[in-house]
Design a protein around this ligand. Structure first.
Ligand code: SF4
Length: 291
């Protein structure tokens, strides 16, 4: 396969056929993110993608799912994406679902009709790094979208029949915006009502603009229990019809997985106990956390 590293995919795509259809991220500006800083964004030529599909076809039915890399492949024009999805069906007809990273920039550039055409061609799930529902936080982290755009993103994906998996980032507003970050994230998640939400924990990565802001004293990462308070506010304040809510990413201090709304009271009670105890023995040791 023609892979230009580093490569990233959501944890739930660990067993998927990874097809790198773009290199890097077309935005590449989020202040906390260093994933694709070494790469200049570019779409890969169809000939390269087709060669990868031929290789996957020769390997036989090893994967039930495929994931389109890199950081925001949904930014590709709809006709290019349709060609890729049709290629997946042609060469690897055993693939049942295709996933991709997308956000307000890539989703709201497409109409519901375009998104539905992608869904009919095999796209199944869009992983959306929303990070926050607070406009001030989104502006500070240079996310390239706002809360209203996130709600519109959810509406278009739902109307197109695409599964929407939303990631939020605990601590990304710093200590200063911690409360409003959590409160507004809960409000926007409620308005979006996605079937999947994942909460990750911010890590300040050396070499990023966020690390520079931290060094200048203008960003202070919330403490472990303040991050859990944010998680508590988000779970308690959001109102979903049916949502698998996970906070079990390697970066998190307290792994949890819940079906909301039915598990809400139990999750909030657990978080309250841990937060009130201030007992670090409940938390994952720093050395076991991953980015
Ligand atoms: S859109 Fe995603 S991949 Fe691109 S810079 Fe932001 S967080 Fe990183």
């Amino acid at each position: 396969m023609d892979y230009i590293p580093p490569l990233f995919r959501p944890p739930s795509e660990a067993h998927s056929l990874l097809l790198q259809v773009t290199v890097g991220c077309s935005h590449n500006r989020c202040t906390y993110c260093d994933m694709y800083r070494t790469k200049q964004f570019r779409p890969k030529p169809w000939a390269t993608i087709e060669a990868d599909l031929q290789e996957a076809a020769e390997q036989g039915p090893l994967h039930r799912r495929a994931f389109l890399m890199d950081g925001d492949a949904l930014i590709l024009a709809t006709d290019k994406l349709l060609r890729i999805l049709q290629g997946i069906r042609q060469y690897t007809p055993w693939i049942e679902r295709v996933g991709v990273y997308g956000d307000t920039r890539s989703v709201t550039k497409k109409s519901v009709e375009e998104l539905r055409a992608l869904q009919e061609a095999g796209l199944g799930i869009v992983y959306h790094g929303m990070e926050s529902g607070d406009d001030e936080v989104l502006r500070r982290i240079d996310k390239g979208g706002d809360a209203a755009g996130c709600i519109e993103t959810a509406r278009r994906l739902r109307e197109a029949g695409l599964t929407h998996s939303v990631m939020v980032l605990l601590g990304v507003g710093g200590r200063e915006l911690s409360e409003q970050h959590a409160e507004n994230t809960a409000k926007v998640l409620t308005a979006m009502d996605p079937p999947y939400v994942g909460a990750l924990t911010t890590t300040v990565v050396p070499g990023t603009p966020l690390a520079d802001t931290e060094a200048a004293g203008a960003f202070i990462l919330p403490g472990k229990f303040q991050m859990l308070q944010e998680l508590r506010t988000i779970v308690a304040g959001s109102d979903f019809s049916a949502c698998r809510f996970s906070a079990n990413h390697a970066s998190n201090y307290l792994p949890l997985r819940a079906d909301l709304p039915q598990d809400k009271a139990a999750v909030v009670a657990t978080l309250d106990r841990v937060i009130e105890s201030r007992d670090e023995r409940w938390l994952k040791p720093e050395g076991l956390r991953g980015l």
